[in-house]
Structures are given as structure tokens and as C-alpha cells.
Design a binder for this molecule. Structure first.
Ligand SMILES: *Cc1c(COP(=O)(O)O)cnc(C)c1O
Length: 353
């Protein structure tokens, strides 16, 4: 059974959170002398002299409508990376607790663990990049606080089998984080509708990928109301700037434009797969539900360097365990993808010659 209190660190259970000026005053007023702001104004938009809403309620209300999840189940972080860090800080006792990750996967789960002095148990994905379910279950011990899954997974691009995730959700009662940063590019269903059923479930999504707002640094964690309440106690009080909140509110009105971009990216992804298949330097293209392809090539180091010289930067993942020989290539615009394919063709010509 899931009992949140059993997962939380003692200091966090006892924590009295910082109470900001904007938390303490609620209501109507027009003279604000409570927060040591600059009452004269700001060199930018006039109201930038004021601290932003620490709980980002307007943004959450709009997201709640789009996602079909109550605002009280939503935590916003300065990027998903802040959500990950906050989860470590509320659950994991440094030097004592551990988490399970399933590599090859997103690097921040491990980096954030090291920052927080939390042990990392690695249970590698199978060779078709699926969960080693028995391995994960065997790795769990009394100090395992979180299992991190990423689906669609970065850098492999595939989705994790839903049935396997459900088996974990029905048998493990620490936190199970499913990072869905790339869910909008996938035909598979999000786990977001299962929040009510599984109190240990945390879903991470982000505005950095499909929404095209990486610069604004807004990540989302969907979780039980109780867990969200604890996360809010621990985050820095004003973690999402006023500028980000305003711009996100505007962007969230453009769902149809975002959906068009997603459709275009998926179309370009499938086209790029067809074109790369014909390349002499491509040995394998892994099936992708994301906005990138993991591509096994004949000579990753030389190809990476060649592309760079041509002004094209991709991600060299060839030294990553499980991704030997692979480059990770983000889907670009039509022209960018053409430039990539042409450069690979030129490389192949030189290579054989
Ligand atoms: C890009 C990415 C994120 C997004 O991180 P932000 O901090 O929200 O920009 C999260 N998880 C994975 C797996 C990613 O690839």
C-alpha cells in the first residue's frame, strides 16, 4: 500500500515553508508596501516591479483545462529538471536512500541523484529498449524511494510497454515517475488519466519540446494533491518568473498551432526515416515515438565531426552504454532535414572513395 508519509524525509515532514509577502496577503488593495519591491516602477513593463504569483494559479488553470487534470494535482517547475530535483529533496535521505533508473535514459535523473547524494541503482533496458521487469523488482529494497521511467524514452525514442508499467504500478509503492517529455509525438496514451488510480504516480511533462517553449523554462509534474502540496513547500517561492507566466498564458491559447507543428514534425520524422534508410552509412534506425531519431551509423565519431564541419550539430550518443555507434538526431525543418541527408550522402561518397 502507498503511504506518502513513509516516503518523506523527516525534515520535510516537519518543514515550515517560507511564507512570502504574496502568500500572507490575499484580497484587494492598491498600495503594496509589503514586499520591498521598487514602488517607482521598472525599466521594462510597469508591473515587472512586482513579485509574480508564487503558485502560478492562472497558468495552472489553463493547463488544467488542456490536460483534464485539476490544478491542485499540478506542480510547475523551472523546467522538468526542477521537478526532478524537488522529488529527490522531499523523499531521499542523502547517503541512505536510493532510486532506480533504467539506462540508456535521460541523464538528469542520475546527475540530480549525485547532487543530492542519493544512490542510483541501474537496471539496463533490454536490447529492444524495454523494461527488465524482474531486474527492476529485484533491485527494489527498503531504501528505494523512486523509480524513474521515461516514455517515450530519451535517447532511444521508443515507448515503454504499458503493461510493464502497470505491473510496476500495481506492485511497487514508492514513487513511480514517468517522464512524458515527448508524449505529444507519440500515438500511445499518456498515463495522466491514471493519477486517481495510483497515488504513487508522478507524471512529468514539459513546455520545452512539443510546445516549443524551451527558453521559458516551464516543466510540469502531475501527481496526487498531497504530494503536490509537499513539493510546493520545498520549491523556491517564486520559481516561475512573471515574464514566463505571461508568455505561457498566451501560448496556451494556441493549441491548434502547436498541434499543427506536432503533425509536421511527425511527418518529417517518418520521411527522414525513409531517407536515412537509403544512406550507406546508416546501419539501423530505431523506431521513434519522439521528435528525434536514434541512428546507428558506420563511423559515429567521423560522421559527427563531418556534420559539424558542415554546420550541422547532432548528439553523439555512441559512447553511451546500449547506444553504441549511435547518433541522436532531432527532427528539423524540411530544409534542415534535407541538409542533413545531403551531408550524409557527401560523407558516404568520400568514405567509399
Ligand atoms: C528535454 C527533456 C526534458 C525537459 O526538460 P526541461 O527542463 O523541462 O526543459 C525532460 N525530460 C526528458 C527526458 C527530456 O528529454
Amino acid at each position: 500500500m502507498f503511504i506518502l508519509d513513509n516516503l518523506l524525509r523527516e525534515n520535510i515532514k516537519k518543514l515550515v515553508p517560507y511564507s512570502s509577502a504574496r502568500d500572507e496577503f490575499k484580497g484587494e488593495a492598491n498600495v503594496f508596501l509589503d514586499a520591498n519591491e521598487n514602488s517607482m516602477g521598472s525599466p521594462l513593463l510597469k508591473w515587472y516591479n512586482r513579485y509574480p504569483d508564487p503558485m502560478q494559479w492562472k497558468v495552472k488553470e489553463k493547463l488544467s483545462l488542456i490536460k483534464g487534470v485539476p490544478s491542485t494535482n499540478l506542480f510547475l517547475g523551472n523546467g522538468s529538471d526542477e521537478c526532478i530535483d524537488v522529488l529527490y529533496r522531499i523523499c531521499c535521505e542523502p547517503g541512505l536512500d536510493n532510486v532506480i533508473i533504467v539506462p540508456p535514459t535521460y541523464g538528469m535523473y542520475e546527475v540530480s541523484a549525485h547532487i543530492n547524494d542519493v544512490n542510483v541503482k541501474k537496471v539496463p533496458l533490454t536490447k529492444d529498449f524495454q523494461l527488465n521487469l524482474q531486474g527492476v523488482q529485484d533491485a527494489v529494497d527498503d531504501h528505494t524511494k523512486i523509480i524513474f521511467l521515461c516514455s517515450p524514452n530519451n535517447p532511444t525514442g521508443n515507448s515503454i510497454n504499458r503493461e510493464d508499467v502497470e505491473i510496476l504500478l500495481n506492485n511497487y509503492f514508492g514513487l513511480i515517475v514517468i517522464d512524458e517529455a515527448y508524449i505529444n509525438f507519440s500515438k500511445h496514451r499518456s498515463f495522466i488519466q491514471e493519477l486517481d488510480e495510483y497515488p504513487q504516480l508522478v507524471i512529468l511533462q514539459t513546455l520545452s519540446k512539443a510546445w516549443g517553449l524551451a527558453a521559458l523554462r516551464v516543466g510540469m509534474a502531475f501527481a496526487s494533491e498531497d504530494l503536490v502540496r509537499v513539493m510546493n513547500k520545498v520549491k523556491p517561492p517564486y520559481n516561475i518568473s512573471q515574464a514566463s507566466q505571461e508568455l505561457v498564458l498566451k501560448a496556451l491559447d494556441e493549441v491548434s498551432q502547436v498541434n499543427e507543428m506536432i503533425t509536421e514534425i511527425v511527418k518529417e520524422r517518418d520521411l527522414l526515416v525513409q531517407q536515412l534508410k537509403n544512406s550507406a552509412v546508416v546501419e539501423n534506425i530505431f523506431q521513434s515515438d519522439a521528435n528525434f531519431l536514434l541512428v546507428k551509423v558506420t563511423d559515429p565519431a567521423s560522421i559527427y565531426k563531418y556534420l559539424l564541419a558542415e554546420g550541422i550539430v547532432v548528439r553523439d550518443r555512441s559512447k553511451v552504454e546500449g547506444c553504441e555507434g549511435c547518433l541522436r538526431i532531432t527532427i528539423g525543418t524540411v530544409n534542415e532535414n534535407v541538409a542533413l541527408v545531403n551531408a550524409l550522402q557527401r560523407f558516404a561518397g568520400n568514405y567509399i572513395a
